[in-house]
Every structure is written in structure tokens, then in C-alpha cells.
Design a binder for this molecule. Structure first.
Ligand SMILES: *Cc1c(COP(=O)(O)O)cnc(C)c1O
Length: 409
């Protein structure tokens, strides 16, 4: 019996569940009853894995970084999700959910997006499958992330700018749910991370678990053992982290570290470090740790990295951290930037700002020389180029992490 397996009602310890308005009950129930049967079927698996291989480019490489290994005095591997089609791990989930939608007879997709990364992944698979797609995005985010809006529109998606509330991700989620409520028979809500009402957190974790399935066989090949000593991943809603740890949850020798967005500091009021500062509450249909004030009002999260800028956390991860199985580290904006410049210079890989949080976490850990460490590089940094240019140290780039840290602008 796996102690981390979700219960029938969607709980991981005290976290999870499905706290939804009555009007959504039937849609969520239809999905809850059907999803495992479909995604565990041979027919689904064959089509899913064929597309992962021929369309996404999987398996993604497990790359041994000589430079990081030397620097940290151990063996460091990077799981290269940045090399996937569309540049991040999100496509693994989007393809899986689109295939599920088709098998459930749904002919239309709705999604929410914050920075636009999940919106682009969803619009991409909808183009692939010829499914009409509506993406809800806060009006403020539409302004801030214009390139992604243009990409989604080029792919044929309708992008709806949401004018309610703060005009950001939370308001987009509400609008997508409202749309789903209004069109329950033909519409599928494609959620982008291990969040939302049960069964979404479990569904997304299973679709991303291909990441750790590959790590196991790639490590076996490279090191003669399938378990690393450490797994490190960045965490926003928790989908790449869930994919990274999924097939190792019961291997107690594997230490799991989550790098969350500390922003300008966990006590600065400008942070998204939910695992560190959040308290139990309900958000977007599930119980978890939530960034909230004493009256239970959601505190606007902040991070330099749009993908980690979320006031909740997947319920699986809240449970793993509170039960001591995984550990959370809050990484500041400046540390993430420095880690990105460091990897760019030493390995020629410009990581996404989100992934850079995971790389920075290595500087907070102490390793022994025989340790094998796997860091998931969730995405590539092209989308963050402007931010990197704005903050970069003057040339020549200093060559130690601490010096880079001091010179980040
Ligand atoms: C969206 C995103 C994340 C954060 O989402 P998770 O669900 O926590 O994985 C991390 N990295 C990249 C590159 C992203 O696009």
C-alpha cells in the first residue's frame, strides 16, 4: 500500500478533495469515475507514448553536467525537459488531457493561463487534434505576456481577456470554471498543474510521471542504479515536481527537495513561497496550504518567475512536505537569476527562470562525494531573455556563484 496514493475522495492526508459548487458536481464526477480507466488502458498508453516520442521528442535526455558536478563535489544530472516541443514539461500533461477529452467525447477545450505557458501548450495540442480551444487569461496578464497571446492566437485559440478581480490568474481560473459549468456536455477543462478539485491533481501527476519513469531507466543505464540520492525540482503548482518524484515516493533513500519562489524574501510581503508561509485553506476547489491573511483573504503572490507565481500548492506536495517526506526551500529572485547565469556560462544552457530556482537550491544543500543528484530542468529560458538581459552582471561574467550573486542588478 502506497501511503502517498490519493484516496477515492481525492485526499492526500488532510489535503486535496473537491470543494466545488453544486453546478460543477456532475462534470467533476464524470471525470473522477472515468479517468483511471481511460489513462490506464493499453490503447490510451500506446497513443500517448507514441506522441510523446514522435511529437514531443521524448525521452528527454538525462545530461551529466561535469561543471556542476565539480562545483558541488558530487555527480549532478539535469533532466532536460527544456528540450521538449514548446520548451517545457507542460506539453506532457496537455497532450494527455487532450487525449482523455477525446475519449470522453468532449469536442471543445477550455483552459486558464497566467503567464501563458500553459495556454500555449494547450493551444498547441488543440491545433494538433483539431479541437476548438478557449483560453481565459487575466487582462493584466494579456498586456504583460503579449508574445504568448499572439502565439495562442496564431495556433487558432480564442484568448479571452478577463476583466474581473485583479485581472490575473485567479480570475482566469474562475472564468474557465464558469465556462465549463455552462457547457458541461461538450467541454473539457484542461488544467495546467497538480491543482484544482480531485481528480485533477492525481491526473496531472500521472501524466507527468513519465519524467521519473525515464530518470529511473536512464540512471540505471548511466550509474548502474535506478535511485539517485537527491531529486531537486522547482515548484509552482507542482506538476514538474510531481513528475520528478512520482516513481520514487516509496524509495526512502531518495531525498526530495522542492525549490519554491521566495521572491524578494519570505518576510518581504513579496513572495510566492506557499510551502514556507502558507496556512491551511481552500482555493480553486481543493484544500491545501494557501498564502492568506488572518481573515483568510488570498495574499497576491509575487515572483520574478511567472510560472511559480501562485498562492496555492498541489495537495500532494503539501502532504509530502508536512509529513517530512520532502523538503521545501525558498529561493529568492536574485539567487534564481545567479543560478541561471551560472548554468548558461558553465554548460551553455539557458534555463527557464522557474527551473533556475531548482539549480540555486543546490547551493543550499551539502552533498557527499558519492552522491548522485538529479535536477529537473523544467523549461528553457528563451521566454525570459528580457529579464536576463535587464539583470545581467557587467561583462565579463564573474566565475563563482557568490560573485555573480553580488553583481546581479
Ligand atoms: C509552468 C512552469 C513551471 C511551474 O509549474 P509546475 O506545475 O509547478 O511545474 C515550472 N517551470 C516551467 C518552465 C514552467 O513553464
Amino acid at each position: 500500500m502506497n501511503p502517498y496514493e490519493v484516496t477515492d475522495q481525492g485526499f492526500y492526508g488532510p489535503y486535496g478533495g473537491a470543494y466545488i459548487p453544486e453546478i460543477l458536481r456532475q462534470c467533476v464526477e464524470e471525470l473522477r469515475i472515468g479517468y483511471r480507466k481511460i489513462i490506464d488502458s493499453d490503447d490510451f498508453k500506446a497513443e500517448y507514448h507514441h506522441l510523446l516520442q514522435t511529437y514531443v521528442g521524448r525521452p528527454s535526455p538525462l545530461y551529466r553536467s561535469e561543471a556542476l558536478s565539480r562545483l558541488h563535489g558530487c555527480t549532478v544530472y539535469l533532466k532536460r525537459e527544456d528540450l521538449n516541443h514548446t520548451g517545457a514539461h507542460k506539453i506532457n500533461n496537455a497532450i494527455g488531457q487532450a487525449l482523455l477529452a477525446r475519449r470522453m467525447g468532449k469536442r471543445r477545450i477550455v483552459a486558464e493561463t497566467g503567464a501563458g505557458q500553459h495556454g500555449v501548450a494547450t493551444a498547441t495540442v488543440c491545433a494538433l487534434f483539431g479541437l476548438p480551444c478557449t483560453v481565459y487569461m487575466g487582462a493584466l496578464d494579456v498586456q504583460r505576456q503579449h508574445t504568448n497571446v499572439e502565439k495562442m492566437r496564431l495556433l487558432g485559440a480564442e484568448v479571452v481577456a478577463v476583466e474581473s478581480g485583479n485581472r490575473t490568474l485567479k480570475d482566469a481560473c474562475n472564468e474557465a470554471l464558469r465556462d465549463w459549468c455552462c457547457h458541461p456536455s461538450d467541454t473539457f477543462y484542461l488544467i495546467g498543474s497538480t491543482m484544482g478539485p480531485h481528480p485533477y491533481p492525481d491526473l496531472v501527476a500521472r501524466l507527468q510521471s513519465v519524467i521519473s519513469a525515464e530518470i529511473r531507466s536512464q540512471l540505471q543505464e548511466a550509474e548502474g542504479r535506478s535511485c539517485p540520492d537527491w531529486l531537486v525540482a522547482c515548484i509552482g503548482g507542482g506538476s514538474n515536481a510531481a513528475g520528478t518524484v512520482w516513481n520514487y515516493l516509496q524509495d526512502d533513500s531518495v531525498q526530495m527537495v522542492y525549490a519554491e519562489a521566495g521572491g524578494k524574501g519570505i518576510h518581504s510581503g513579496q513572495t510566492a513561497a506557499t510551502l514556507t508561509v502558507g496556512r491551511e485553506g481552500i482555493l480553486h476547489g481543493f484544500r491545501s496550504l494557501v498564502m492568506q491573511d488572518d481573515d483568510g483573504q488570498i495574499i497576491e503572490p509575487y515572483s520574478i518567475s511567472a510560472g511559480l507565481d501562485y498562492p496555492g500548492i498541489g495537495p500532494l506536495h503539501a502532504h509530502l512536505v508536512k509529513s517530512g517526506r520532502a523538503r521545501a526551500l525558498a529561493i529568492s529572485d536574485v539567487e534564481a537569476l545567479a543560478a541561471a547565469y551560472e548554468l548558461n556560462c558553465c554548460d551553455g544552457i539557458l534555463p527557464a527562470l522557474e527551473s533556475a530556482h531548482a539549480l540555486a537550491a543546490l547551493h543550499h544543500l551539502s552533498f557527499s562525494s558519492t552522491d548522485v543528484v538529479v535536477v529537473t530542468l523544467s523549461g528553457r529560458g528563451d521566454k525570459d531573455l528580457e529579464t536576463y538581459l535587464r539583470h545581467a552582471p557587467q561583462q565579463p561574467m564573474p566565475d563563482t556563484f557568490d560573485e555573480i550573486l553580488r553583481c546581479v542588478r
